[in-house]
Design a protein around this ligand. Sequence first.
Ligand code: SAM
Ligand code: SF4
Length: 432
Amino acid sequence: MNEYDSDLVAQDLVSFGWKPTEYMEEADLIIVNTCTVRKKPEHKAYSFIGRAVALKKRRPHMIIAVIGCLAQQKKEEIMERFPEVDMVIGARDVVKFLDYFRETIHTRKKIVSACLDTYLRTPALVKGFFKGRVTGYVSIMQGCNNFCSYCIVPYVRGREISRPLEEIIKEMEFLVSEGVRDITLLGQNVNSYRWKDIDFPKLLKEVSKVEGLWRLRFTTSHPKDVSDELIACFKELENLCPHIHLPFQAGSNRILALMNRKYTREKYIELIEKLRNIRPDIAITADVMVGFPGETEKDFQDTIDLIKKVQFDNLFSFKYTDRPGTPAEKMKNKVPEEEKEKRLTVLQRIQKEITLKKNKELEGKEVEVLVEGFSKKGDQLTGRTETNKIVNFYGNIVNFYGNSELIGHIVKVKIEQAFANSLRGRFISYVR
Ligand code: SAM
Ligand code: SF4
């Protein structure tokens, strides 16, 4: 979501005549886009703002803007702590960033704005901006009405609001015309998308028709809202990738109730069964937390049990941290930090084994990979399977399709070795 917002602001600035620089030291404007979902990104944001402020001491004309969720929540605090910051613009208000920026450069007055009613508008859609990108995001809605007891999102991103279908399609068609082939629809809870009589499954059916869109994905789904109609889309829609990110957060019904998640572990397991019945090859990933207030060893073991039962392809796992203003912050029986750390280590070790086992099942198999670019080391090509697994492989230089020509195309790759975080394979053939 933040990457999408950053691109929106960057496109506005490019259309206003500004250019990105690779070097922070030569920037005339630094924008820090922040996240406040957990404590860690908050600390990272503060330390990055600190670096920008240090640079400004040498380049006083420089403008520093802090945008996003932390800006929404801690506007006054940021201004007090860093008087060198020129603009603080909240998560929802980033759509008006350019207007505020114009005002700042004309008046040099400080601007703090954090309105939560702002509409999500279509980005400037600047030609050439997405050059070289094969994957992209399109936001279909903003905000959240669920109020999970640990979560700050409804307070910093406001209530749910969906974008008109035509705007979503227009943006997707633009991305495809720029070479993007794999689009992820974004929302805090995409299942509650509604525009006139169009709900999320209907939206999926409409956008899957975008010509030239090879791969369609969405994130994030809330288990309480996954309908049979949505599950059926995994069979019906050819370009909908067999991958779902379905956060479960905890495996204990008592903790799920305290979290205000509105589903049980039994309901979650039933959903997974339905998904696998309809699409046996579907990859399932999720978010999970350890150390929610009052989580006992028995509750934690319920989480481990669920992980072993479901056999996730991968998990994003976090230690619970208090978020200001949320109901969980006020709950008693906080789990000590060392205990949270211990539980997280156990959980991650178990999941790593499962991920590796699942990846190993692919050894010797041929998979279709959408090539995104070169691997970190630069010697191999890298891309993803439909199930969102990273595959690194050597291109077929002897053949007409030399290495860089394969970027943006789908190729068949035979998996030779599986690791926990990626797969290594051998180029077999060009698909499209
Ligand atoms: N909307 C998504 C959902 O309902 O699952 C999740 C959005 S949240 C921005 C991303 C993840 O951060 C959550 O799934 C949760 O696991 C984690 N998270 C949220 N609040 C947290 C907190 N207070 N402490 C630790 N992790 C948290
Ligand atoms: Fe936060 Fe997701 Fe719950 Fe909304 S549904 S409150 S974004 S965890």
